[in-house]
Write a protein that binds this ligand. Structure first.
Ligand code: SAM
Ligand code: SF4
Length: 326
């Protein structure tokens, strides 16, 4: 039963926790070429602190936590930490978002964790374009990671692609990603490019969800559903009437889904944010490090009390997605 209910009556049952701000890719829409200035290791939440936090969240009725980053698999000990979490808080649904580059190595152990879902970010299956958008990423590594995970697990895999005009928005590119996802029994989802950072955001590359839906309809897809379940994101699903394959569209920018928002976020440094677009939040690291769980709970409630009704009108954060935990 959700115990975190904000002043607009929204039940907050889902928390995204960034375990690191570091990443081995430099995706053009997420980070500058030189990367961001990394936070020193002591300043990020320790695994012990994240375990404490998850305990408090569970007590408060949070049902699902998603670990993200930066790239969670670059942080030493991440998979061992997930095992400890599952043991200590078995009631929590656990999901991970990864760029897939290190997945092959960790696939068997991740598969044994019975994750609720594994989200893999993959914007294109063209080798050269992949290397371009990630600034040097190796597509084959990601594909072999997906294959390794699938060969060990039947868990839900979602393949998330940020659609960028004149880069990966052609019908051929979209079809290829959808076919690739189908061949791996994964759910493809297309995501709007978000204006989080003036340096890397260029409006002329934006493609709206409406536009994506139009393209899919022209390809024969029909409306399927606007929801995916209680804990999940603001996706609209379309379906291929011939194969039954579902394709998700996530309108993070153009549509108001704030009235259905069920989430909170925690940065790698332990700052809880009530909205992706909020500029600040509450510091949870301090009370977590001293083991003052009552204070952690109090601060979470302060953060919830400040949750805006909508992100519209908030001043856009100048931080990169990798620092907030996308
Ligand atoms: N490194 C992991 C990965 O790429 O999956 C997890 C962190 S990454 C910040 C999480 C998600 O944020 C990725 O799917 C990425 O495509 C998305 N993302 C980053 N910057 C974005 C932006 N400006 N607009 C839309 N999505 C963005
Ligand atoms: Fe790294 Fe993920 Fe950002 Fe790409 S989107 S730079 S993989 S954190």
């Amino acid at each position: 039963m959700a115990r975190i209910v904000d002043r607009y009556g929204r039940h907050l049952t889902y928390v995204r926790i960034s375990v690191t701000d570091r990443c081995n890719f430099r995706c053009r829409y997420c980070m500058p070429p030189s990367g961001v200035s990394w936070v020193p290791h002591e300043a990020i939440l320790s695994y012990e602190e994240i375990l404490g936090l998850c305990g408090v969240l569970g007590e408060l009725g949070v049902e699902k936590v998603r670990f993200t980053g930066g790239e969670p698999l670059v942080r030493k000990g991440f998979v061992d930490f997930l095992y400890r979490l599952k043991e200590k808080h078995p009631q929590l649904q656990v999901a991970v978002t990864t760029n897939g580059s290190l997945l092959k190595k960790w696939a068997p152990r991740l598969a044994d964790l019975n994750l609720t879902a594994l989200n893999i970010s993959l914007d294109t299956i063209s080798k050269d374009k992949f290397s371009y958008i990630t600034r040097g990423g190796n597509l084959e590594e990601v594909i072999s990671g997906i294959d390794a995970f699938r060969s060990h697990s039947d868990a839900t895999i979602k393949i998330n692609a940020v659609l960028i005009k004149d880069f990966n928005d052609g019908e051929g590119e979209i079809s290829a990603l959808i076919a690739f996802a189908r061949s791996r029994r994964a759910i493809p989802r297309f995501i709007e490019f978000m204006p989080l950072d003036d340096d890397v955001w260029s409006r002329d590359r934006f493609i709206s969800a409406d536009n994506m839906i139009e393209v899919l309809r022209a390809m024969g897809y029909t409306h399927f559903s606007d929801e995916e379940g209680q804990n999940s994101g603001p996706a609209t699903y379309l379906q291929n009437p011939l194969t039954g394959q579902r394709v998700g569209i996530i309108a993070a920018v153009s549509h108001h889904f704030c009235d259905r928002c069920n989430r909170l976020r925690v940065t790698a440094m332990g700052e809880m944010r009530s909205c992706l677009f909020a500029d600040s939040g509450v510091n949870l690291k301090e009370p977590l490090s001293s083991g003052d769980l009552e204070e952690v709970c109090k601060r979470i409630m302060e953060c919830v009390a400040a949750k805006p009704q909508s992100w519209m009108g908030l001043k856009s954060s100048s931080r990169h997605m990798s620092q907030i935990g996308g």
